[in-house]
Design a protein around this ligand. Structure first.
Ligand code: UD1
Length: 438
């Protein structure tokens, strides 16, 4: 089993280049199957969730031509409308397979897709997606773990989402882009990747206005044309490196980002005493001393993202005083606390959704498990900040969403290796202790 071995205690210093946004890419790649022409998509992150989705897209007959690790050309022209079933052992484990319901329903008026998996961070219902498809005129049933959606015709509709949902907003937007007439989605989510999926759809001929606000207006079109599109930078990957800089008391320039998307994270880092310098497409985080406590509540964009909660918590676990984090999006997002405790942290969880964090001066290395994608990345940050050696197991979770993570961290001076055998662990310990002695 692959795992990370980390020798911590060294500030991260240098520059790191951020890749394309995973959560935008998932919506964009799924939407591409609606186009019988060519969709050339660049800045695609080469991570596990993306590769699983691409494989599923190929399985239903679409053409997936990989031009390199971060570029792909997709065409939906080979899809057999008689065979629109999406199911394999891998797609069951990711969340975004459900965007193929919106895409296939929009284009072919039917879809059969396995119920979504994804990180176990809460119940994660999909009632709002289904409500949207039904409002567009589809009949939707769940049978033997499959969502089956069918319509004679999709008709534009007025949909009010009961909860602000990223997934439901994207999925309904995708389906409605090929429905007859006008659709209005109210109480829509406003995340940058929603704007990106809308921009991609528009680039191939859709007519979507208002993405990025809470009212999205869509005028359905009948066909799409060829497009070339570059995915926006990953806000969460960027935030993860910003936190890694802060927690290790480092000095890191995070490049190829949109600083506006980082505002909630930059503001909190500023508040706890880190220096955050913004330029056009980069942010530099300098944390030369121990940081301070604060209070945070996760919220939909432009609030503090739930996907940055564990990384922020790990940073606050090393800050002075007592911090509080309220997780308001998902009910099961503190599973990493048990692991972090093994490293000497002082967290108390109240009512399942509130962490009271009393900062400690240092974490100590331990043998721990990554419980999910973002928490896994947060534990890597803890390992980099800790005294001694940390082993992180279950890193397949981290590989779902971070491309060349350990390589990028090594580029900042982080002592981290992906290893499989005990012999490799010993070799790492030997070489890293030698490095220290040098
Ligand atoms: C997406 C992201 C995930 C991020 C989350 C919130 C992807 C692949 N994943 O997940 O990384 O943490 O947004 O920013 O893009 N809800 C319902 N009914 C629904 C849909 C959602 O009650 O039909 C609830 C959820 O349980 C949750 C809240 O709405 O409490 C927000 O979920 P949502 O925004 O849909 O998250 P995902 O799209 O699953």
């Amino acid at each position: 089993m692959e795992r990370y071995i980390i020798k911590g205690g060294k500030p991260l210093v240098g520059e790191v280049v951020i890749g394309g946004a995973k959560n935008a890419a998932l919506g964009i790649l799924a939407a591409a199957v609606m186009n019988d022409g060519r969709c050339t998509i660049d800045n695609m992150p080469n991570v596990r969730d993306i590769n699983v989705l691409l494989h599923a897209i190929e399985e239903i007959g679409a053409t997936v031509d990989r031009k390199g690790p971060n570029e792909v050309v997709i065409s939906g022209c080979g899809i057999d409308p008689e065979f629109l079933t999406v199911d394999n052992e891998y797609i069951r484990k990711i969340r975004a397979g459900y965007y193929l319901i919106g895409a296939l329903l929009g284009r072919h008026k039917r879809a059969k897709v396995v119920l979504p998996g994804g990180c176990e961070i809460g119940a994660r219902p999909i009632d709002q997606h289904i409500k949207g498809f039904r409002a567009l005129g589809a009949k939707v049933v769940i049978e033997q773990g499959m969502i089956i959606a069918e319509a004679e015709e999709l008709k534009g509709s007025h949909i009010y989402l009961d909860v602000v949902s990223v997934g439901a907003t994207i999925n309904i937007m995708i389906a409605a882009s090929m429905a007859r007439g006008n659709t209005i989605i109210e109480n829509a989510a406003k995340e940058p990747h929603i704007v990106d999926v809308a921009n991609f759809l528009n680039s191939m001929g859709a007519n979507i206005k208002g993405a990025g606000t809470d009212v999205i207006r869509i005028r359905g079109v009948e066909t799409f044309h060829d497009t070339e599109y570059s995915i926006i930078p990953d806000q969460i990957e960027a935030g993860t490196f910003m936190m890694a800089a802060a927690a290790t008391h480092g000095d890191v320039i995070v490049r190829n980002i949109i600083p506006k998307h980082m505002e909630a994270i930059s503001a909190k880092l500023n508040e706890i005493g880190a220096e955050v310098q913004e330029s056009d497409d980069a942010i530099r985080v300098i944390a030369s001393h121990r940081l301070k406590h604060t209070q945070i509540k996760t919220l939909p964009y432009p609030g503090f993202p739930t996907d940055m909660q564990p990384q922020m918590a790990v940073t606050l676990g090393l800050s002075t005083g007592t911090s509080m984090i309220v997780e308001s999006i998902f009910e099961n997002r503190f599973r990493y606390v048990e692991e972090l405790r093994k490293m000497g942290s002082n967290f108390k969880i109240l009512d399942g959704n509130t962490a009271i964090i009393t900062g400690v001066e240092k974490y100590v290395g331990a043998d721990i498990d990554a419980p999910d994608l973002r928490a896994g990345a947060a534990l890597v940050i803890a390992g980099l900040a800790a005294d001694g050696y940390t082993t992180i197991n279950q890193i397949h979770f981290i590989q779902r969403g971070y491309e060349r993570f350990e390589e990028k961290l090594r580029g900042l001076g982080g002592m981290i290796r992906k290893v499989e055998t005990d012999e490799e662990v010993n070799r790492f310990i030997f070489s890293s202790s030698k490095k220290n002695a040098d």
